[in-house]
Design a protein around this ligand. Structure first.
Ligand code: SAM
Length: 291
């Protein structure tokens, strides 16, 4: 089977199978070999690696992954793509295609079966509407991960990378940076896809921290504080936390906690760094224990 990254070959496959793009699955297939080479290079895959690909489409990137990795599992939701993948990947014996919704797959089990529980690499050109649940699901379920190299909407890649003081800073930035080191490694214009998306894209590599960059006694509490702060972005931190049903502190205790952190009570949550959210979370956890 010829390389699919070349537009004429992709068109030939789509015509052979009379394939109709499904908007609900966010189907935009890569048709640029430079971008494919760059993703492989930046994902730092070697012949030792087991790679999980999310959303292989017609198998364009999967072919590259099979060439470069030890073993590949590719999870694709659209059943109409399964016979196409059987055809485009027929030359490879190191790939398993799984017809399922990635949000329903037990990735911990897959990592155990295919890689003896050792850290896996994830590579994906994601459907944009489920970018956040996929990434958060991978981190929060404590799947053993070495890195995630993903194509996302440019704006979402920016959000993952920024710190306080910019409009893009939010719960996603903090969550990603708690678990991993984010680096945008390529910007990808709409004409590299078929059909063309309406927005620009970027490839971002998230390298899992070996040790978390901050010490948090209760991770769940830190993420509750973060969510409460950004749910009401324009309000002060004190008001945001006061309105959160899952943070059982009185108004006075919230004010005390913020002052203990060493910042003004009028501060907004969007001004706090990850280190400050971690410290605030430890203060709040200690207060709740004393109660
Ligand atoms: N990797 C291919 C490429 O680069 O050309 C296709 C990328 S396309 C943006 C996204 C792919 O993810 C589609 O094939 C789509 O059917 C699949 N997909 C969408 N939602 C999914 C889900 N929940 N689980 C698994 N695959 C999904």
């Amino acid at each position: 089977m010829a390389t699919l990254g070349i537009p004429a070959n992709t068109i030939a496959v789509l015509q052979k199978y009379n394939f109709n793009f499904q908007k609900k699955f966010g189907q935009n297939f890569l048709i640029d070999t430079h971008v494919l080479d760059k993703i492989i290079e930046e994902s730092r895959i070697t012949k030792e690696d087991f790679v999980l690909e999310i959303g292989p489409g017609i198998g364009t990137m999967t072919q590259y992954l099979c060439e470069n990795a030890r073993e590949v599992a590719a999870v694709e939701i659209d059943k109409n793509l399964i016979p196409i993948l059987a055809d485009t990947l027929s030359a490879y014996d190191n790939v398993e295609v799984i017809n399922d919704d990635i949000l329903k797959v037990d990735i911990n089990r897959l990592a155990q079966e295919k890689n003896g529980g050792k850290p896996i690499k994830v590579v994906a050109n994601l459907p944009y509407y489920i970018t956040t649940p996929i990434i958060m699901g991978l981190f929060e379920s404590h799947v053993p991960i070495d890195s995630i190299t993903i194509m996302v909407q440019k704006e979402v890649a920016d959000r993952m990378q920024v710190g306080p003081g910019t409009k893009d800073y939010g719960a996603l930035s903090l969550a990603v940076q708690y678990y991993a080191k984010p680096e945008i490694v390529a910007n990808v214009p709409p004409n590299c896809f078929m059909p063309r998306p309406n927005v620009g894209s970027a490839v971002i590599r998230l390298t899992r921290h070996l040790e978390p960059p901050v010490q948090v006694e209760d991770e769940k509490m830190m993420f509750r504080l973060i969510r409460a702060s950004f749910n009401q972005r324009r309000k002060t931190l004190a008001n945001g936390l006061g309105n959160a049903p899952d943070i059982p502190l009185s108004k006075e205790q919230i004010q005390e906690s913020i002052l203990e952190l060493g910042v003004p009570v009028t501060i907004r949550g969007e001004a706090l760094t990850l280190e400050q959210f971690a410290a605030l979370s430890n203060i709040v956890t200690a207060k709740l224990r004393k109660k």
